[in-house]
Design a protein. Structure first.
Length: 295
């Protein structure tokens, strides 16, 4: 774990130093471009991360992922994936319906516009879910569960999972050429924005989502139900931003408050409990074998 922390710190520091240089270079090659610094920072950190993983590839073994991706037959995996997406979407749809009121209003989108976005949303949500379930559930939760009580491992992994969602790019950040520390200032700005106390309800909601997904992995020993649930919730959050608007006179001081509006509501926390119960009942026949995958 200490090596992982050092690796992340090194990647972030290298990016903070390199991103301003890259942004200045782009400005000289393409004068008048309108790219925000956040966009360049994102591309640079991705490049630095790939290089870092190549250099440190012997320290990061992905073999631990394989059992969770191959467990069960192909029809079983497809069923788990599909059931997860449907359960998450249905629960989120019911939640959205009762959430529209004082702060949100329907945007008046046509069904055709919503359906047209669906395939792209599904592909993107599945990609995000595969990456995050592999990282937070299999690698992090799985490793912690080998040395800690399962409940403690789930809590720690879910706290980190929730926290990661509030470290997001900020297009409003103004780049100042010649400031050698501007990259570090940008990271501090992003962290400060994500630590807004007004985000605590949303943090609590995402923490509960993490617990549900850890529970899913424990019950099935497979990653597919978790990927489906995760993808369904990602799609619901994206769609809710598309089909609703802030009610007249309502403004969100922090765009993260708008993005995670659904998960911040007490009704959402109840819906996560309902989904947990559904996961419990649909996995009863497999639950006795699943914990072996984390041992």
């Amino acid at each position: 774990m200490s090596y992982l922390l050092g690796f992340i710190t090194g990647i972030l520091s290298a990016t903070c130093l390199a991103a301003p240089l890259v942004y200045d270079l782009i400005g000289r090659v393409l004068p008048g471009h309108s790219w925000p610094f956040s966009r360049v920072f994102d591309r640079v950190i991705l490049f630095v991360l790939v290089v870092g993983l190549i250099i440190a590839r012997k320290r990061f073994s992905l073999n631990a992922l394989k059992p969770f991706f191959v467990r069960g037959s192909r029809p079983d995996r497809l069923r788990d994936l599909s059931v997860g997406v449907v359960v998450a979407l249905l629960s989120a749809s019911a939640l959205l319906t009762i959430s529209v009121g004082d702060e949100l209003t329907w945007a008046g989108r046509s069904w055709g516009a919503v359906v047209a976005r669906f395939p792209k949303l599904l592909v993107g949500a599945l990609a995000v879910s595969v990456i995050e379930e592999s990282l937070f559930r299999v690698l992090l939760f799985g490793k912690l569960a080998r040395t800690l009580p399962v409940a403690a491992a789930a809590v720690i992994a879910s706290l980190l999972y929730a926290l990661a969602h509030f470290v997001t790019p900020d297009k409003s950040f103004v780049f100042v050429s010649g400031d050698a520390l501007i990259g570090f200032e940008y990271v501090a700005h992003v962290l400060a924005k994500g630590l807004d106390l007004a985000l605590l309800p949303a943090f609590a909601g995402l923490f509960l989502v993490g617990l549900v997904l850890c529970f899913s992995l424990m019950r099935t020993g497979s990653i597919y139900l978790g990927i489906g649930l995760h993808a369904g919730w990602v799609m619901a959050v994206k769609l809710s931003g598309f089909i609703t608007d802030a009610a007249p006179g309502v403004s969100f001081a922090n765009d993260l408050l708008r993005r995670y509006f659904l998960v911040a509501r007490p009704e959402a926390w109840v819906s996560f409990l309902v989904v947990t119960m559904i996961v419990y009942f649909i996995t009863q026949r497999r639950a006795t074998k699943a914990p072996e995958a984390l041992s």
